[in-house]
Design a protein around this ligand. Structure first.
Ligand code: TXA
Ligand code: MG
Length: 333
């Protein structure tokens, strides 16, 4: 059962104590809300997997208060990764590093690597600091959604997503996340930086920050890579069927359907017309769209529409994160 906490000092102190005692806390980050547990408590981490219904071979990201804590989890940090830590942390960036043997086994899903991220959200930072006072070196947290569902960008999304869950979860409410899509993930274990999941921090910017060109996973595929939820074709799926379309096709279909378009939602930058459809304007910039995207999908699900028609987004690098999430939401098993 999720219970809502505020985000004041008392709430954070209570949440840190819950984590120290092996409990689960959902907390805001600048990207999405995470479902957290003590990173080095394998039993507490097992409760994350059970609560999400996540396969136990999908590793979790460990959140740390500062780059200093990375030495506790990672046993070697290449120079380009060090540069990224110095220049892009705290921020929406996860680095995959070689793991210190025996540390955070459950969180790493027994992989020889570990994902580390230092979030910039002040409430996440306060929680990490308070947890550190209890001796917790890190908080493991995947996005706070059941496996395969849309990530939450508000505490209310978390409450709704886990409404039927029996496990106790304390949910820190600090309003909407500013970035809105999950962190960019860079694999630093293969000699060159390789992007495993695009996010708001783009590859051009990251390449400049670390002094090496960051490769896409297509440029450097890895057969041995662990299964990861972000890798799977269908992920971030709304209950309704989502299609990416050009606006001419959407308008033509809306004209034919007339009042029969009632169970359809349209998410588009272009103004389209049908008084019966659930119309939500898509923000015109990639940054604003990323912020709005998951909230839009949650709202469409809550309205119980059967179809979601989304205007295709620009092909530019700025839109890579949004494009990736839309492509996955549109994929069917
Ligand atoms: O923005 C974010 O990254 C959010 C917030 C809460 O920090 N977290 C998040 O976690 O998106 P999650 O579990 O939903 O996605 C983490 C991704 C998964 O695809 C996972 O498989 C991958 O990171 N990952 C974690 N550790 C890994 C590792 N050692 N090797 C490869 N992939 C890893
Ligand atoms: Mg996730």
């Amino acid at each position: 059962m999720p219970t809502l906490l505020g985000c004041d000092a008392a709430a954070i102190a209570q949440a840190a104590q819950t984590l120290a005692q092996g409990g689960l806390v959902a907390f805001p980050t600048e990207t999405v809300y995470g479902l957290g547990a003590n990173a080095t408590d394998d039993q507490a981490v097992a409760a994350i997997f059970a609560t999400k219904g996540r396969p136990s071979d999908h590793p979790l990201i460990v959140h740390i208060a500062s780059a200093d804590a990375s030495a506790h989890f990672a046993h070697s940090i290449p120079a380009f990764a060090q540069a990224l830590m110095t220049r892009a942390w705290p921020g929406p960036l996860t680095l995959i590093l070689a793991r210190k043997p025996g540390v955070a086994n459950a969180s790493a899903a027994q992989q020889p690597s570990i994902g580390l991220r230092c979030p910039s959200h002040p409430v996440a930072q306060a929680l990490l600091q308070a947890a550190l006072d209890w001796g917790l070196k890190g908080i493991s947290a995947p996005s706070a959604n059941p496996f395969g569902r849309i990530s939450p960008t508000t505490a209310q999304h978390v409450m709704a997503l886990f409404a039927d869950t029996l496990n106790p979860i304390q949910v820190i409410d600090a309003g909407a996340c500013s970035v809105g899509i999950e962190s960019t993930i860079i694999d630093c274990t293969r000699g060159r930086p390789v992007c495993l999941r695009p996010g708001s921090l783009g590859l051009e910017a990251l390449s400049k920050l670390c002094g090496e060109r960051v490769l896409t996973s297509d440029e450097m595929p890895n057969q041995q890579a662990p299964r990861s939820s972000g890798d799977m074709a269908q992920h971030y799926a709304p209950r309704a069927k989502l299609r990416i379309m050009d606006t001419k096709a959407i308008q033509a279909a809306l004209d034919i359907l007339g009042p029969d378009a009632r169970q359809i939602a349209v998410y588009a930058r272009t103004r389209l017309h049908n008084p019966h459809v659930l119309m939500r304007p898509m923000p015109h910039t990639a940054i604003a769209c990323a912020q709005d995207l998951f909230a839009a999908l949650h709202d469409f699900d809550a309205a119980q529409v059967k179809l979601i028609w989304v205007e295709a987004v620009p092909e530019s690098e700025a839109w890579a994160g949004v494009r990736d999430r839309l492509r996955r939401a549109a994929a069917t098993l």
